[in-house]
Design a protein around this ligand. Structure first.
Ligand SMILES: *[C@@H]1O[C@H](CO)[C@@H](O)[C@H](O)[C@H]1NC(C)=O
Ligand SMILES: *[C@@H]1O[C@H](CO)[C@@H](O)[C@H](O)[C@H]1NC(C)=O
Ligand SMILES: *[C@@H]1O[C@H](CO)[C@@H](O)[C@H](O)[C@H]1NC(C)=O
Length: 189
């Protein structure tokens, strides 16, 4: 008798919990970004003779490498610190609206290149004041890569979302320009 009532009760319970789950899942997918922003940032790596204009430096390398050339294979083990200008278009010489500051570490030893990226956009223009923090895996040869926007301050207080990175220009082992398409899904301001 007890077992007979228990089984349908369990079934009902399971049913209602799946409907709660699918309900919130649907809401999640209906979400639209609360803010969309596009920036570019420009990274020029120090390679031994350009201290004047370098914005990125290798600060750590494996025993078999050094700080002026990337290590082989796949730059594996190199840690780069950067302080790159951010612009609204893809011109290095446009007035910067802030700095992209942080690091990337090459963390894949075989098959292809990949980085762990962690940095902040520190924005100080008439339009935006505050910071956005980013983190995520960056398989650099993929056409686009998504990383997380994990938080923000100032105009971006408590923001969260996704940033899609596209390599807009590239000179092997020297400099690159990334386009960053930011979609925030949580905005408090
Ligand atoms: C950086 O400066 C070096 C000379 O120190 C120059 O050869 C190079 O073209 C400059 N790079 C960029 C991207 O402006
Ligand atoms: C760094 O390593 C590269 C090759 O991996 C080599 O060509 C270069 O001379 C090295 N530079 C220094 C300063 O040791
Ligand atoms: C932000 O910009 C203002 C006005 O240009 C300047 O006075 C201030 O020092 C800047 N702050 C930072 C942190 O760069």
């Amino acid at each position: 008798m007890a077992a007979k009532t228990l089984i349908p009760a369990l079934f009902l319970c399971l049913l209602s919990s799946t409907s709660i789950l699918s309900h919130s899942y649907k809401i999640y997918h209906k979400k639209k970004p609360c803010k969309e922003l596009v920036f570019y940032f420009h990274d020029i790596r120090y390679k031994g003779d350009n201290k004047n204009n370098a914005t990125a430096v290798i600060v750590g390398a494996p025993e078999w490498g050094n700080k002026t050339a990337f290590s082989q294979p796949f730059n594996f083990g190199d840690l780069v610190v950067f302080d790159d200008p951010i612009t609204l278009d893809n011109n290095l010489h446009s007035p910067p609206v802030g700095r992209a500051q942080g690091s990337y570490v090459y963390d894949q030893k075989s098959i292809t290149f990949s980085c762990w990226l962690s940095f902040a956009f520190v924005l100080n223009s008439t339009e935006h004041k505050g910071s956005l923090s980013f983190a995520g895996a960056d398989p650099i040869l993929d056409k686009t890569r998504d990383i997380s926007v994990i938080g923000g301050t100032g105009d971006f207080f408590m923001a969260r979302g996704i940033a899609t990175l596209t390599t807009d220009a590239y000179v092997v082992d020297y400099c690159f320009r990334l386009r960053v398409d930011i979609k925030l899904y949580e905005c408090w301001k």
